[in-house]
Design a protein. Structure first.
Length: 134
């Protein structure tokens, strides 16, 4: 069960992006939702903005997972690192991944890796801190 929880949530966002892009239906600049605000300004969300929002929610859950301690923590870090490496390779080599949206998702994956390791190290340091006996 702990290994299922270790699956990075950001991987789901990347998988959705890659599936939509491979199907040819990825229109990141198309307006997906728009409304007129009370000020008269038109607020528009594009399809790429929804991927960014999904990535931010996924990053939040990844930070929550990094704060826990247990056997699955190492597997979680390894899988998060793998997601970042795959995202970076896709950004550099796959044509439809060379967008600002995918770049920001890749940066979120990098933040997940660095913050995950940092949070685990600080939590472990706090748990195993030694006090001086006087």
């Amino acid at each position: 069960m702990t290994y299922i929880i270790s699956i990075p949530v950001l991987a789901i966002v990347f998988a959705a992006y890659l599936v939509m892009g491979a199907g040819g239906g990825l229109m990141l600049d198309a307006d997906a939702y728009f409304t007129t605000l009370a000020s008269g300004s038109v607020f528009a969300l594009r399809a790429g903005d929804f991927f960014i929002l999904a990535g931010l929610f996924a990053l939040f859950f990844e930070m929550l997972k990094a704060a826990r301690a247990g056997r699955g923590t190492i597997a979680d870090h390894m899988m998060s690192t793998a997601v970042f490496v795959v995202a970076l390779v896709c950004f550099l080599l796959v044509e439809y991944c060379g967008t600002a949206t995918f770049f920001l998702l890749t940066v979120m994956a990098l933040i997940d890796v660095v913050a995950g390791f940092s949070i685990s190290i600080f939590a472990t340091r706090r748990d195993f801190s030694m006090t001086r006996e006087e």
